[in-house]
Design a protein around this ligand. Sequence first.
Ligand SMILES: *Cc1c(COP(=O)(O)O)cnc(C)c1O
Length: 389
Amino acid sequence: MSTQLMNTYARLPVTFEKGRGATLQDTDGKTYLDALSGIAVCSLGHSHPAISDAICLQSKTLMHTSNLYQIPKQTELASQLIKLSDMDRVFFCNSGAEANETALKIAKKYGHQQNIAQPTVVVMENSFHGRTMATLSATGNPKVHEGFTPLVDGFIRVPFNDVKAIQALSNNPNIVAILVEPIQGEGGVHIPETGYLAELRKICDTNNWLLMLDEIQTGMGRTGEWFAFQHESIVPDVLTLAKALGNGMPIGACLTKGKASEVLVPGNHGTTFGGNPLACAAGLAVINVLEANHYIPSIASKGDKLLKQFKEALVNQTGVLDIRGKGYMIGIQLDRPCGELVATALEQGLLINVTRGDTIRLLPTFVMSSEQTDELVNTLVDIIQNFLK
Ligand SMILES: *Cc1c(COP(=O)(O)O)cnc(C)c1O
């Protein structure tokens, strides 16, 4: 469509002008219900007054200095995240890929500290970790690799949700870490069996590997806990966050615990923008709003209800293979490619996503009213039924 922009996205023919809560408005004045939240970014909806105010105020006070100086807002946001996650330290950056790059650099150096010459990270089939060279190399999707070899090496890939496949690697002396999403998002909303992360925790403890969780999509309340690992009462060694951390203000974070906190020293890693006062003011406002409104506990039950509504409405529908989800992360898998449903829904004023070709992915905002979630169910069920008929 546009010749000025690099041809990296097949964009839909719609231009949004403004947003409020769970809805967006296009340049023709048509409103849309947002069940995607800019891919799990705007969890608190659009133009949230408390977040906008915090950004406004900070921009009039001080936007950026440098990590060469003290940044109180950054320390404050780090303290909040540490309190919520039980991690020890934070490195702030600007995106999910950068957070994962940080994690991968920690893993490599952690290996070299133990004189492992070829530090290797276990990653999963069907995973998604970003688009930079190291994170796309970690990603388990051949389409993402195509055209970009030689990849960064130092990865071993195993099937997701397969503890035995990882146990079988225990005698590989090069392995230093496991990098895994608690729920695979881009890969089609795949939820591992209960106990999977706890098993990985044990394997990492036994072998002295780092357990590195990519919670860029699942973090900040999306699954009904602040972080998805909290469903299994474990704590990782490394945790990466981004997406919803700033509700639209670009900010990422890599958190470490225990021995993983002792790896990086001055000169090893850095960022110009990461953790600047403006981004951190947004992050602090997001946490304040999530806490003050008790959104996260409610997302667990609201997510269950939404999932149940879809299951009931589509119970006898042939062509629906699976309906799965946790909190406000829901996948509806069909027996055929259904990418065109994104445009169908758009026409009907509903924003959804299709991932892996055949799975409708919903990542609604936490601020949807029950009328809006009913509207989401009714509209989408109708679309699915018409499509499969
Ligand atoms: C979105 C995402 C990323 C990449 O984040 P960017 O901000 O696009 O770099 C990495 N991992 C997971 C699980 C994601 O969902």
